[in-house]
Write a protein that binds this ligand. Structure first.
Ligand code: AMP
Length: 226
């Protein structure tokens, strides 16, 4: 893919319930287009691991499957957006998740003369989501994502990307917490689909398809942004 097809900083939002494949696809779009994946979940997990004040406040909420306060999430996102590597464009993965976050994002982007190029709703059946989430794990070294059923390393126990042999699973990727996360998605995040439809930036992708098919659909969307 020619990474030169995007001429202005692109802002792409990936919307979808847990297990829709947002993180997997965001990483591939990073490679293909030189965009930077901004996952508020990853940023929050890093804050928890570092024991920052925000991390300490977020930890219990994340473990319960609820949503961390807009105040904490916005502070973390703003800091990350201010870093120079975002200049080519960003893929927002797991943000915004509430109407308040969506409005705050509009304000933040307007202040720097940017706008949302596309908000992609990754549509997946609720029934598939728990199995997807429960089977996933990542390379502890480079973060490459894998799945017990859908995406195993070519050589068992060795990361395809970095050759690492240590893997980890998220504490909240269990059936109980996954159910709460799905509920939070429907109650607070799904309404953003009509918010972005009203702005004329919504695109839908069938996220029940294979990883490769979803990648093709997203590549067409991002490649079409000028
Ligand atoms: P994720 O990695 O996107 O599945 O997020 C993991 C957890 O982090 C979520 O279940 C929430 O508790 C929290 N989280 C991540 N992003 C947000 C956000 N934009 N707003 C509120 N909470 C978030």
């Amino acid at each position: 893919m020619d990474a030169g097809t995007i001429t202005t900083p692109a802002v792409l939002i990936l919307l979808g319930p847990p297990g829709a494949g947002k993180g997997t696809q965001a990483r591939m779009l990073e490679e293909d287009f030189g965009l930077v994946q901004l996952s508020t979940g990853d940023l929050l997990r890093a804050a928890v691991a570092q024991g920052t004040e925000a991390g300490l406040r977020a930890k219990a909420v994340m473990e319960s499957g609820g949503l961390v306060s807009d105040e904490i999430v916005l502070a973390i996102l703003k800091d990350r957006m201010a870093e120079p590597d975002t200049v080519r464009g960003v893929i927002l993965d797991g943000f915004p998740r509430t109407a308040g976050q969506a409005e705050a994002l509009d304000t933040l982007l307007a202040a720097s003369g940017q706008k949302i190029d596309a908000a992609v709703s990754m549509e997946v059946d609720d029934g598939a989501m728990v199995a997807r989430v429960a089977g996933r794990y990542t390379c502890a070294g480079c973060g490459e994502g894998y799945h017990d059923e859908f995406k195993q390393p070519a050589h068992a126990g060795t990361c395809d990307k970095c050759g690492g042999t240590a893997f980890k699973r998220r504490a909240d990727d269990n059936a109980e917490t996954a159910g709460a996360r799905l509920q939070a998605y429907h109650a607070q995040t799904a309404p953003l689909i009509s918010y972005y439809a009203g702005r004329g930036v919504l695109q839908k992708v069938d996220a029940m398809a294979s990883i490769a098919e979803i990648r093709t659909a997203l590549t067409a969307i991002v490649g079409g942004l000028a």
